[in-house]
Design a protein around this ligand. Sequence first.
Ligand code: PEP
Ligand code: MN
Length: 256
Amino acid sequence: MSLFDRDQKPYLIAGPCSAESREQLWQTAEGLQSLPIKLFRAGVWKPRTRPGSFEGKGVEALEWMAEIKKHFGFSLTVEVAEAEHIEQAMRYGVDCVWIGARTTVNPFQVQHIADALKGTSLAVMVKNPVNPDTDLWQGAIERIAAAGIRDIAAIHRGFSMYKSDSGYRNQPHWIIPVELRRRMPGLPIFCDPSHITGKAANVATVAQKAMHIGFDGLMIETHIDPEHALTDAAQQITPAQLAVLLDGLVIRREMA
Ligand code: PEP
Ligand code: MN
């Protein structure tokens, strides 16, 4: 059985950008418990553009994640950026790891992570690289597959650009995930509207667009108190807002 069941759309991943405190994680999980969440996400090691910003709580946050799994029954996913993160995540019962956009660009680093994944039964999600390069995205997925990982999914989170006036934080370039799907037809592809739009008010519109194109699932950043979030405050939505978003979604089965 694959963790990423493609028969049920959308495969839903939700939780805060970062694990900030035990209370913040707990309250967010409480808000999400009545929703059809397949994976509870939180960043415990945060790749920040500039030094001096909140860089995550590391292993302490993994302890909080383990408590969430035990109490609420959610499967867990965290971002990994170093080979050592794999073992640490597994020690705390993480079920799935994701490779972030800043890591996917680096084949050496992806290979280190792939080597550390060998022999594990973790599921792995690979975000697109920050630059619009389908080959680089595919190459990272191939490295993870070659390490023997069976449950692999891709996450489309948009592509960075210089001074956007497009209204997007990261350009979607929808053709790229569609091209990836053509190349790798069996691969589940999820959309991360939060990082594409960068604005809470537009998350639902981008999520609907992704469902219209035929993405298999959604990763949506959800925080109990987005205004006071330590990372990505502008784009996180509350669990209550996520419930409204899900109610309004129209689902299409196949990718266009
Ligand atoms: C995140 O999911 O919080 C994150 C840092 O993602 P990305 O790699 O897409 O920037
Ligand atoms: Mn984020």
